[in-house]
Ligand binder design. Structure first.
Ligand code: ACM
Length: 680
């Protein structure tokens, strides 16, 4: 039966990443109790589990009973035939074939892929295609041929600054698979914590983790979980800087005498390994050897960023060593250290990855450079013969809009001038989630949905680049990701409930939906944080980008262009009325809950925006001009909305700005961009 979907929903299918080639056929395949799934071709237990999970999720989403246990092998009678034509891949590796084709007609669907990873990618596409139509769940009829543009599409998660329990990691791996990401880069040690059990050097986790570390068993579980979703796991042990937590148990590794304690503050700190003692390398050989055995992927990340040389400079033995070995600068000493570490890793069968700072003339060409400093730095590495990844522009902790990250291309900027063989060295990119201002409770809302836009940049053809289309697809994809288990939408309600205390306060939800949270560079100076400070305030409940404000901005533009558009005007009026009511409610709440007190001035701004927005809308709809001076008098209010209060901005200001501009007064541009590139 065709027609399960409304015609208008056929235009912008809620797919992210968008496939390389897609054609729509205008009908749809209905999913009902008669829907039968079969797996043919190459088949094994891994693939069966992949398909079982898919069926379970489809059943959960549709509420239909779909026979779960081992889908039959006869594809001829199936509604959905899944065929792996060549190989089941037990472990994902760099450069695997992830391609697939999907043919859906009103009668049946066929997913074909040369590898099990391709099957996974195709099943993720099908899950996104499932929609509730007027009469049934259905999959629109499409013909898709899909393959990734880049082979390395990752997320780095910092489990050191804030501990990230296994369930948080796994639910995000599940969501990563939904948007076809294939690398999980796990930042496992930093000044604030060493997060893996070492059996060789147990004081690392015993003294350096506050008890928050992954056992080796848990690491193996996560690696297996990721592998079944076509995701490689790359560990990062950041050396020689960012190592305070190591030195609590092993102060003899340091370039200055201890004792050391776990760092509680955020920033870049002096403790650093001593690269002039052979005992340091014997330690690293044993530790990295142990970790090389635990993490099967051939790539291994050694960090290498932000090394302060104060301890090196203050240590006469280190200075003597440098003179004796002709090491003229601290950079040369770090590069000597990196070469030694590279040899250790090679002996353990690993290829080294590091941040930009490891790039030095004598770095072996097998090393891979991850650029957090910019496309120019990445291009410079590629010209010298190194392979690289882009992370600059993909820092999700900066709390920038999805459109900003979406426009950031691994082959953009300085990379454009590269020769084809140089450009081919750029393998892709990784989003970064540093967790100074991110807890297990808020991490999902800092990752999603913006990470899906980055996933599209790394998978889809470069020509798929329209921000409006991206946003139109991002919202349904974001909702669907919660079926996969991430909690980026519901977590806000829980945080707000805690701020509200004993009674729910709807005005708080209205406020949180109309504001946007500051990123790391703005929170750092705004308030003295450390790792023990709870992340339980309005700013933590707020997200990077307000969906509501974005929709209302579109409505405001619509009304500005066409004052007779009553539907858009009605949505604006409804919002403005809700905004106006927030101040009175939050003043009452602020006297009841200390967590809510700081929301009062924010709510006052939002309330005033509601009033101003309503008045501006009246003028526009009556086609009257505003009285002289009225629009100018609103400008301080717009400025207040743009200014950080309680570490949030009132995104609703942008909506009212459009209306005021439509009255013929150009307001000052909104000043939300931070432009900073460093993470600290
Ligand atoms: C970094 O952001 N320091 C890699």
């Amino acid at each position: 039966m065709a027609g399960g979907l409304r015609a208008e929903s056929m235009h912008e299918l809620p797919l992210m990443p968008m496939p390389a080639h897609i054609e729509q056929r205008g009908s749809a395949l209905v999913i009902d109790g008669a829907f039968r799934i079969a797996v043919c071709g190459t088949r094994d237990a891994i693939l069966d589990r992949v398909v079982s999970r898919f069926i379970a999720r489809l059943a959960a989403e549709t509420g239909l009973f779909l026979p779960m246990a081992a889908a039959p092998g006869d594809c001829s009678k199936a509604t959905l035939a899944i065929e792996c034509t060549r190989r089941v891949l037990p472990h994902p590796s760099l450069g695997d074939d992830e391609s697939y084709t999907l043919e859906v007609t009103a009668a049946s669907a066929q997913l074909k892929a040369p590898t099990s990873t391709g099957v996974l990618r195709g099943l993720a596409t099908i899950e996104q295609l499932v929609q509730a139509g007027p009469s049934a769940f259905a999959i629109p009829a499409v013909s898709i041929e899909d393959r990734p543009r880049f082979s390395w599409r990752g997320l780095m998660l910092d489990a050191a600054r804030h501990w990230m329990p296994v369930e948080v990691v796994e639910r995000n791996l599940e969501a990563m698979a939904q948007v076809k990401l294939n690398v999980f880069h796990w930042h496992l040690s930093d000044d604030q914590g060493f997060r893996v059990e070492s059996r060789v050097f147990p004081k690392l986790q015993e003294k350096g983790s506050d008890g928050h570390y992954y056992t080796q068993e848990q690491i193996r579980e996560v690696i297996a979980f990721a592998a079944e979703r076509g995701i490689r796991v790359i560990p990062e042990f950041d050396i020689p800087g960012h190592t305070t937590s190591w030195l609590v148990g092993y102060p003899e590794l340091a370039a200055a005498p201890g004792p050391y304690s776990i760092e509680r503050n955020w920033g870049v700190f002096a403790p650093v390994l001593d690269p002039t003692r052979e005992s340091t390398f014997r330690f690293l050989d044993r530790l990295l050897g142990e970790m090389a055995g635990l993490f099967p992927d051939p790539y291994f990340h050694i960090g290498g960023d932000e090394v302060l040389d104060t301890q090196w400079k203050a240590n006469p033995a280190i200075q003597r060593f440098m003179k004796a070995h002709g090491l003229e600068s601290s950079g040369a000493l770090q590069s000597y250290f990196n070469r030694r570490v590279e040899t250790i890793l090679t002996n353990h069968g690993k290829k080294m990855i590091g941040w930009d700072e490891i790039l030095a003339p004598d770095l072996p060409k097998t090393a891979l450079i991850q650029s957090w400093r910019g496309q120019d730095s990445l291009a410079a590495a590629a010209r010298k013969g190194y392979r690289g990844l882009l992370s600059f522009g993909y820092y999700l902790d900066h709390m920038r809009p999805a459109s900003y990250h979406y426009a950031n291309d691994p082959l953009g900027g300085g990379v454009e001038a590269l020769k084809p063989e140089e450009a081919a060295r750029i393998l892709g990119g990784e989003a970064c989630m540093w967790t100074e201002y991110v807890s297990p409770e808020t991490v999902d809302s800092r990752l999603w949905p913006r990470l899906a836009a980055i996933a599209e940049r790394l998978w889809s053809p470069a020509s798929v680049n329209g921000a409006a289309s991206m946003y139109a697809r991002l919202e349904p994809v974001s909702r669907k990701l919660e079926f996969a288990g991430v909690q980026h939408r519901k977590a806000q309600d829980e945080l707000l409930a805690r701020i509200a205390g004993e009674r729910p306060e709807p005005a708080l939800k209205i406020l949180a939906s109309a504001v946007e949270a500051a990123g790391i560079h703005e929170r750092y100076p705004a308030h003295k944080y450390n790792s023990l400070e709870p992340l339980n305030r309005l700013v933590d409940a707020a997200v990077a980008e307000s969906e509501w404000a974005r929709h209302l901005t579109v409505d405001a533009k619509t009304v500005a262009a066409n004052p007779a558009d009553d539907a858009a005007a009605a949505r604006l009026r409804e919002a403005f009325a809700l905004w106006e009511g927030t101040a009175a409610h939050l003043e009452m709440l602020g006297s009841r809950s200390f967590l809510a007190a700081e929301t009062v001035p924010v709510a006052k701004t939002l309330s005033q925006l509601g009033t101003a927005g309503g008045t501006a809308l009246d003028f526009i709809q009556k086609r009257e001009s505003a009285p002289p001076g009225w629009a100018e008098a609103q400008l301080p209010l717009l400025a207040a909305a743009d200014k950080l209060t309680a570490e949030v901005r009132v995104a609703g200001g942008g909506v009212v700005r459009v209306l005021i501009d439509a009255l013929g007064v150009a307001s000052a541009p909104s000043g939300t961009a931070t432009g900073a590139s460093a993470r600290k």
